[in-house]
Design a protein around this ligand. Structure first.
Ligand code: SF3
Length: 433
């Protein structure tokens, strides 16, 4: 049967709509199509943060209106103007700052402000549930419902920061963390015979061997996996009870998470003195969405090679490349500071602004370099948030997203001094220079 394909209004031929990269087949300027893709990724990322804020009762009509406008703009036949699509991406970045602020407020009002917390890796004796994704509301409900059942709840990947929130860490059966960034799921979930709950994006289609003990909630759906609407996790708990107990096997690594804005700002005067005395030479923000492709181990090497008089702020799952390293401290200031999930980029921005004020300089004049990994829709919108507030000289890696062509890269490098990661030794030399 003949099928109606997507129709391109520019060249009157069937086309892929956005994402066309073949100049001459679809007459639409590829850069415009790529900028539309960029905008779609940005609003997807923002929507995810907004979704989690709404779960906790926080909404904002200005953000809703922007999403509507931006999404409409990605029609194939409504905006052919590259310049205005770049402006819209910047607007998306600004609106994402508002969205991340809203989510940060929702998290803090609901669970308290995070506090530095040691998180054990490995397993405790007993039955268990692993929770992956970004949904704090889902893990909270699960913790409530598993209290007193003897089931241990483990975090995975972006759920690690849950351990820092007073309203979540009060549950003693929030046992620890298993695994690293999102893409180790297949190996990790096959290894531990426990129930699994996926709460947000970055869930992978499961292997047969653990499909029957995996559950999704919220926006996540996986083929053959039972979905839970709302927050009644009885089926997850019943499944966990039917599975064998795990043995106590304490991991060698203890992670630390939960550095909030207040914690860092309470140390601001001390940090200022250490900088003035030359004991802290430079700050790095290293993090973002980790990727299994490209040179992800660049970030491990990078952090290992940093001089001992430097401090690393981190967030999102990119930190699993190096958050098991013992970096020590500089007169009580930890050299590795985990600020939380990717949406906590807003905390990093607020800290950088506060430090800039303290030193009486602009953020770009601080001894601070941002080196971000990206892979995900959320990383795209966070990048535009940083560009929207005028941050320059960001290093990006491990690979460029597919929608960046030479023209877009030129805009990013000319206007924002974006650099691509290279060799960690050379990069560190250049950053410190
Ligand atoms: Fe990104 Fe999935 Fe890890 Fe939230 S969104 S960080 S990859």
């Amino acid at each position: 049967m003949e099928r109606l394909e997507m129709f391109c209004y520019q060249c009157s031929q069937t086309a892929r709509g956005t994402g066309c990269t073949v100049k001459g087949v679809c007459g639409k300027e590829p850069t415009v199509a790529r900028l539309q893709d960029n905008l779609i990724y940005a609003i997807k990322g923002m929507s995810a943060y907004l979704y989690h804020a709404r779960e906790l009762g926080y909404t904002d009509t200005e953000i809703d209106a922007f999403l509507e406008k931006a999404f409409y703009t990605t029609f194939t036949n409504v905006n052919f103007d590259a310049e205005s699509l770049v402006q819209l991406a910047l607007e998306a970045g600004k609106m994402n700052l508002k969205t991340m602020e809203l989510l940060n407020k929702a998290h803090i009002k609901t669970y308290g402000e995070p506090e530095p917390t040691k998180v054990q890796t490995g397993t405790a004796k007993g039955r268990g549930i692993i929770v992956t994704g970004h949904g704090l509301k889902a893990i909270e409900e699960l913790l409530k419902q598993t209290e007193g059942t003897g089931i241990n709840v483990y975090t995975h990947s972006e759920m690690l920061p849950a351990h820092g929130y007073p309203g979540l860490k009060k549950y003693k059966h929030l046992s620890g963390n298993l695994g690293k960034a999102w893409f180790d799921q297949k190996k990790l979930f096959a290894e531990y015979p426990v129930a699994i709950l996926a709460t947000s994006n970055c869930a992978l289609i499961p292997k047969e061997e653990y499909k029957d003990r995996m559950f999704t909630t919220g926006p996540v759906r996986l083929p053959g996996v039972r979905h839970i609407d709302g927050y009644d996790f009885t089926p997850v708990i019943e499944k966990a009870k039917s599975l064998p107990e795990l043995e106590e096997k304490t991991g060698d690594i203890v992670l630390t998470t939960g550095f909030s804005k207040s914690v860092i700002l309470s140390l601001a005067e001390k940090i200022k003195k250490l900088v003035e005395n030359g004991k802290i030479k430079h700050f790095f923000l290293v993090g973002g969405c980790d990727s299994p492709v490209g040179r992800g181990n660049y970030y491990t090497e990078f952090v290992k090679l940093l001089p001992k008089d430097t401090v690393v702020l981190t967030l999102a799952c990119g930190k699993f490349r190096f958050n098991d390293l013992e970096l020590g401290d500089i007169e009580g200031i930890p050299r590795l500071i985990d600020l939380g999930q990717c949406n906590d980029a807003i905390v990093a921005i607020e800290i950088a602004s506060a430090l800039a004020e303290l030193f009486g300089v602009g953020v770009n004049e601080l001894p601070l370099t941002l080196s971000l990994s990206w892979m995900e829709q959320k990383a795209v919108v966070i990048l535009w948030s940083l560009l929207a507030i005028g941050i320059k000289g960001i290093y990006l890696g491990p690979i460029l997203p597919a929608w960046v062509n030479d023209d877009i890269l030129k805009v990013l490098t000319d206007n924002y001094d974006i650099k691509l990661i290279g060799n960690p030794v050379e990069d560190i030399k250049a950053m410190l220079a």
